[in-house]
Design a protein around this ligand. Structure first.
Ligand SMILES: Cc1ncc(COP(=O)(O)O)c(C=O)c1O
Length: 454
């Protein structure tokens, strides 16, 4: 499949009313495909093509598209006449909060919001209110949403980034226009897996919070080195900043308690999103009650405003409850199933690389993985940006799409397996992946990456 005439027509029409024709500029793609249906592990486009999906709308549908159990819960809530009241509490929001706090014991209380960006915004505001400090530390190559504090240093090309501004810090590299310079002064980007840089910044500025994904999952997967997350915890205790884990992508996907549960490191605040409601708009801000209680602080001058017309809307709330119930079934059988599928994919890709003599490294955590055309796992954004063959990666994705396997066509974007995939889907994917890799081989030779199997 190389041409998408019906998709092109829809996009052409939408461009008249939507800048670029697409809401959310990061959804603009080449090839320009318009999807009309998502079911289980599959996507269908306006031209009648079917794809095995590994993009899953940037990863929320951990159970697959339109999971029947989740949709049944949503339909039941609507049939029961549940609506948005905007006054007082509801039984459903209490049930969801209880489920989360019961199964993630260190999350003492929660607030329910709509998107990851809102939740990371509020986490940082809580940290500033509680510490009385303004500065924050963020990660190069991390993504924590679109707001002024964090819209920076994601996939910034090294030549554009320039040298470090100090031994511990990189320049704030905005990923959006319109961020006031005053704001940028308060944000300190550091390298992931580099504790010395965090210490450097903390010794020079009054740091309210450090926010990080425990695995950098917006540039593929950059895993924390042993001791790194523990080191961040120790630095937070030493310098008195609030440690915020942004588990918008890792939460509920890698374990119910997110990657913090796997690593055994407890942050002060955590943000969940995406997989928590399997594709419905829901985000959770939670953590230590002493911090969360700032939203009801008796002193109005210290109270944090946390509001939102649509917070805990009954539709995503019902979806989140149903999702968590599914994840809890049979002692976490879903996690075992997707781990097995992930292992099968990893094994198959390894064999393919060996057969083709391509040097590349697949990094995987459970159901999420990324193939890097480099001979080692990236340690941080600099390492990745300096070694990975980005153009070949994008080309490989386009070749996969042509063969009916949907990877987001932008280098390093995560491959997400869902509980709806089957071993047969993985087999079909591996056949397509082999053909795609064979066709990008020559461009890898130019990059100098064909060095044997990593
Ligand atoms: C780790 C992380 N944090 C925050 C966000 C922002 O979430 P949202 O797009 O729901 O605002 C994202 C979105 O991709 C994310 O991956």
């Amino acid at each position: 499949m190389d041409s998408y005439p019906k998709s092109a027509e829809i996009l052409r029409r939408n461009r008249r009313y939507i800048p670029g024709g697409v809401v959310s500029v990061n959804r603009a793609t080449a090839p320009e495909i318009v999807f009309v249906q998502g079911r289980g592990a599959y996507l269908y486009d306006a031209d009648g093509n079917r794809y095995i999906d590994y993009h899953f709308a940037f990863a929320p549908h951990f159970l697959g598209h339109n999971d029947l159990h989740v949709n049944a819960a949503v339909e039941a809530a609507l049939r029961a006449g549940e609506s948005l009241y905007g006054s007082g509490t509801t039984v459903a929001e209490g049930r969801l909060a209880e489920l989360i706090c019961t199964h993630i014991p260190w999350v003492e209380s929660v607030q329910l919001l709509n998107t990851g960006s809102e939740a990371t915004y509020q986490a940082i505001r809580l940290a500033r209110a509680a510490t009385g400090r303004d500065h924050i530390v963020v990660m190069q190559g991390g993504y924590n949403g679109w707001h002024n504090d964090v819209a920076c240093n994601l996939m910034t090309p090294l030549e554009q980034l320039g040298p470090r501004v100090s031994p511990g810090e990189y320049p704030f590299a905005p990923i959006s226009a319109g961020i006031p310079e005053e704001h940028q002064r308060l944000v300190h980007p550091v390298n992931f897996n580099d504790l010395a840089s965090v210490r450097y910044v903390c010794e020079r500025y009054p740091v309210a919070a450090l926010i990080t994904e425990p695995i950098l999952q917006n540039v593929g997967l950059i895993l924390p080195e042993p001791g790194y997350l523990e080191g961040l915890r120790a630095l937070a205790d030493e310098f008195g900043f609030v440690l915020i884990f942004d588990e918008v992508k890792t939460g509920f996907r890698h374990a119910l308690g997110g990657y913090a549960e796997i690593a055994g490191v407890v942050p002060d605040l955590v943000v969940y999103g995406k997989a928590v409601a399997n594709g419905y708009p829901m985000a959770v801000l939670g953590g230590k009650a002493a911090l969360m209680d700032y939203v009801v602080h008796p002193d109005a001058r210290r109270r944090v405003l946390l509001a939102g017309t649509y917070n805990a809307h009954p539709v995503p709330t019902a979806a989140a409850i149903a999702t968590i119930e599914r994840l809890l079934e049979d002692g976490g059988e879903v996690y075992r199933r997707v781990e097995a599928l992930g292992a099968e994919l990893e094994h198959g890709v390894g064999e393919t690389l060996r057969r083709l003599g391509i040097g590349a490294t697949l990094v995987r955590q459970g159901s999420a993985c990324c193939l890097y055309f480099m001979d080692h796992r990236p340690k941080d954004w600099h390492d990745l940006a300096a070694h990975h063959a980005f153009a070949a990666d994008t080309q490989m994705r386009r070749e996969l799409i042509r063969r009916g396997v949907y990877f987001f066509p932008l280098a390093t974007k995560q491959c997400s397996i869902s509980a709806a995939h089957t071993p047969a889907d993985i087999e079909e994917t591996l056949r397509a992946w082999e053909a795609a890799l064979a066709s990008v081989g020559p461009s890898l030779e130019k990059h100098g990456a064909v060095t044997g199997v990593a």
